[in-house]
Design a protein around this ligand. Sequence first.
Ligand code: ADP
Ligand code: MG
Length: 291
Amino acid sequence: MTTQERKILSTDGSSSAAPNKLRRSKVECGQISVDNVSVVFGKGADAVTAVDKADLKISAGDFVCILGPSGCGKSTLLNSIAGYLNPSSGSISVDDSEVLLPGPDRGMVFQQGALFEWLPVAKNVDFGLRMKKQDEKEAVALVEKWLDIVGLQGFGDTPTYQLSGGMQQRVALARCLVNDPDVILMDEPLGALDALTREKMQSLVLELWKETGKTIMIITHSVEEALLLGERLFVMAPRPGRIHKEYRLPFAEQGLKQSLRDIKQDSKFSEIREEILTMIWNMEEEIMGGV
Ligand code: ADP
Ligand code: MG
């Protein structure tokens, strides 16, 4: 394990001051281009425009958060980038390849519950490696490496169901990262965790971002989480689901050096949080009014 990777192990809500070397050296991969993408489910009178003409240009190594009320198309947009579904119109590409199917360049982390809970931790983590028939010795070494990095050293043989929710999400992160994707897509990965565990995981995700240089796109329901993690934050609006507003935020970079709790006290942080809460509140009022 390198010194940089070891630093991630110390993640416990505080953050390390490791240099940004890996991150800056790998920024050539993981660029996402969403060009005028619409996704329509159903036909005729029953048609639902889940995503309407979304346009996003994400640079390699960006940390992007997508926030918005329930049903505004966040998962649909992410699943389209993952290749689980194809846009009705427009196109998506990662680097120079059009996304038509899921691929190893894009890793997905779901909310709690997407692991094979009856299998040992290592068998969850090496799933992708087994699928691509990686040499067994190499696979064992890689699994061990990533379990160490996410703070689960020595848990390889533990049945996954015996782990706490936070530890299971560490397994989910290791399972994604072991395949070395350029882009990590996460659909409310921390949504089911208690507040303290969630904060620790937010720090871990920031550390992983810094250390690996990967492009990360994360969906969250939490305004605070979106502000803490999103260098770029896209707020989506419903009916039809669309990108409503983009923010470029300093807090993710700050979170690499400063405790997340201190950042939340920042007056700029509170100001933007209130602005976005009001924005989403108004969207939800509109939806309720329209029912
Ligand atoms: P979010 O993740 O923001 O909560 P979704 O992307 O899951 O929203 O859904 C956006 C809209 O598309 C919702 O109105 C939802 O009911 C609809 N929708 C999502 N998936 C399907 C599907 N497979 N078939 C029909 N409608 C769908
Ligand atoms: Mg969703």
